[in-house]
Design a protein around this ligand. Structure first.
Ligand SMILES: Cc1cc2nc3c(=O)[nH]c(=O)nc-3n(C[C@H](O)[C@H](O)[C@H](O)COP(=O)(O)OP(=O)(O)OC[C@H]3O[C@@H](n4cnc5c(N)ncnc54)[C@H](O)[C@@H]3O)c2cc1C
Length: 285
């Protein structure tokens, strides 16, 4: 297990070493696409929805203090709420993801979860789950995920979290001295790689911005990295070819991820039922 903080720092370090200019703490606040470029505004007042005019033609500062940049391509790795989708007018209004996840760090874990990754398919959460994983450097995370529209409503999750932590078998895997640190946090998780628009003329959406999470587990880091690699290798490094960038990137991302997505959908269908979740062997709790 690698804490997310370390993974992100390592990736940023590699990008910087490879020559990328890193601009931290500055949001993309507007974007407009042309046929062969994208213009983005950094650190401006922000625009919701489509920016309705060019935001500038160079990377010099604007009069409002915002920075303007022009690029041949944009790889939008801007997460579940993808502001780039909004700026380019293709965000789906009211979309809240397929999953909702909870997470909290624990100390003093001495049960089975001290050394093992434990996933419990609780009957009342199916096809959702409760999981415990161990990160190096003393921290252990506990999390649970539920499918939006499933047995448990998202609004019930806060109460459910306290209830889960009181269940005898969960207390056992955590150990008697386990203590939650800080507040638990909740996020929506997007898992619809099969239907989301993967790219516009000059912008490719990757990771959560293209709904690439696994529909069964809610995991998405591997898919985020893979879709970023595909945007770079299939389109940017490959230069102009017969088909448009949007078509080529869309085909690559679907070719790599949609078969897994369909398999996970099938497994989710099985997990909706107690029988589908019943283990044949191994740890029974
Ligand atoms: C509780 C929880 C636990 C999870 N556990 C796992 C796990 O164990 N394994 C796994 O594989 N996946 C896990 N996932 C899913 C995983 O976190 C995501 O799929 C993954 O982070 C997606 O990466 P991303 O780069 O696409 O988006 P994000 O990691 O969300 O990154 C988006 C980035 O865009 C930036 N951004 C947003 N708007 C702007 C803007 N206007 N201008 C500039 N930057 C902007 C944000 O600051 C952020 O840094 C978990 C998710 C949750 C919620």
């Amino acid at each position: 297990m690698v804490p997310r903080y370390d993974l992100d720092a390592a990736l940023l370090g590699r990008a910087s070493k490879a020559g990328a200019e890193i601009i931290e703490g500055t949001a993309v606040t507007a974007a407009v696409e042309g046929d062969d470029h994208v213009e983005v505004e950094l650190g401006g007042a922000g625009t919701a929805g489509r920016a309705d005019g060019p935001v500038g033609t160079s990377s010099t500062g604007g009069t409002d203090g915002a920075e303007r940049m022009r690029a041949r391509w944009v790889v939008a790795a801007d997460g579940m709420w993808s502001p780039m989708r909004k700026h380019l007018g293709i965000a789906e209004s009211g979309y809240l993801g397929e999953w909702h996840a909870f997470r909290q760090y624990f100390t003093g874990v001495t049960g089975a979860a001290a050394d093992e990754l434990v996933i419990l398919f609780e009957a009342d959460l199916l096809p959702g789950y409760f999981g415990r994983s161990r990160c190096p450097a003393t921290r252990r995370t506990s999390g649970s995920g539920i499918q939006r529209g499933g047995k448990v409503a998202v609004t019930e999750m806060k109460a459910l979290w306290a209830d889960l932590l009181e269940r005898r078998h969960i207390r056992e895997i955590l150990g008697p001295g386990a203590e939650g640190k800080g507040v638990h946090r909740a996020w929506p998780i997007p898992a619809r790689i099969d239907t989301m628009v993967p790219a516009t003329k000059r912008t490719m959406f990757v990771g959560d911005a293209v709904g690439a999470c696994d529909v069964m587990t809610g995991e998405g880091i591997g898919q985020a990295l893979l879709s970023g690699v595909l945007a770079a290798t299939e389109v940017i490094a490959d230069g102009p070819r017969g088909h448009s960038a949007a078509t080529r990137y869309g085909a690559a991302v679907r070719g790599h991820l949609v078969a897994d997505h369909r398999m996970s959908e099938l497994l989710v269908r099985a997990l909706r039922h107690r029988k589908g979740a019943r283990p044949r062997s191994g740890w029974q709790g």
